[in-house]
Design a protein around this ligand. Structure first.
Ligand SMILES: Nc1ncnc2c1ncn2[C@@H]1O[C@H](COP(=O)(O)OP(=O)(O)OP(=O)(O)O)[C@@H](O)[C@H]1O
Ligand SMILES: [Mg+2]
Length: 259
């Protein structure tokens, strides 16, 4: 008899139908996918195809109308610190310092104060914010605020981090830096990442798996397994070499999402 290990995340025939004033809206239909521990999944697709809906199911913010979503064989029924979420405009607490924002979740969970101090310092160092730990968040640039949001999630040592267009509001250079930081943290922390983006290059250079969705109804049309992110990890300047295969895949994705 072979005993198969349960998938880290098992999305099993998941459909989500919302009630709206105009009647039921099928946001996603029969999505069936597994995520392995340590995967970096990037999700692309046209606006309204159900990307955020899928993220909310995995995060435990909403329940599927049909099907189930499980983490390590346990049904996901509510949000948990084990699955940290970062949004594009993650709101930080303006009355707290950078450090207090980051410590907040651990304090709520009554983690031991020495551990809180250690973890907070270490994550502040990793995201390059140790020098502004006592500043208020409104004194920081947009990129720095987003680093606080990422740090605030990672300090909990979640098993998985879910990001909904986390870098969409950042300028191109800051965005590149944040992509590099996220890739490095993924490797260092051996965490699992699920990241939604509209940027095909971002998806192709970060994810080891890229899911491309189509809409009406929202489905995963195609998956690509890529190694550009590993290239970037080993490249001295953290870049990937854009080869013919890269361009072919990029064009295929553009065709699927109808851009
Ligand atoms: N709470 C809700 N009530 C009713 N309909 C909703 C709700 N949330 C989302 N929808 C609808 O479900 C569909 C999918 O929405 P979703 O936000 O998941 O798309 P998305 O792919 O994240 O889009 P975008 O790229 O614009 O963020 C859309 O048609 C949207 O209008
Ligand atoms: Mg969305």
């Amino acid at each position: 008899m072979t005993i198969t290990k349960p998938a880290f995340i098992d999305i099993n025939q998941v459909s989500v139908v919302y009630d709206s004033k105009k009647g039921p809206v099928t946001a996603i239909e029969q999505i069936d996918k597994q995520i392995n521990q340590g995967d970096f999944i990037c999700v692309l697709g046209p606006s309204g195809c159900g990307k955020s809906t899928l993220l909310k199911v995995i995060a435990g913010f909403i329940q599927p109308t049909k099907g189930t979503c499980q983490m390590e064989d346990k049904l996901i029924t509510q949000p948990s610190w084990e699955r940290g979420v970062v949004f594009q405009d993650s709101t930080l607490y303006p009355w707290m310092s950078v450090q207090e924002n980051i410590e907040y979740g651990l304090k709520m969970r009554q983690v031991n104060p020495t551990m809180i101090k250690e973890r907070t310092e270490s994550i502040l160092e990793q995201v390059g914010l140790l020098h502004v730990k006592d500043a208020h968040t409104f004194e920081l640039s947009g990129g720095m605020q987003q680093r606080v949001a990422v740090a605030r999630t990672l300090v909990n040592k979640p098993k998985m981090i879910l990001m909904d267009e986390p870098f969409g509001a950042l300028d191109a250079l800051t965005r590149l830096n944040m992509q590099g930081l996220t890739r490095d943290l993924w490797q260092e922390e051996k965490t699992t990442v699920f990241l939604i983006t509209h940027d095909i290059d971002e998806a192709m250079t970060l994810g080891n798996r890229v899911w491309v969705m189509s809409k009406n109804p929202g489905k995963i049309e195609k998956e690509y397994q890529l190694d550009y992110t590993y290239q970037a990890l080993t490249d001295e300047r953290h870049r990937v070499s854009v080869d013919d295969k890269y361009l072919t895949i990029k064009n295929e994705i553009l065709d699927i999402i109808g851009a």
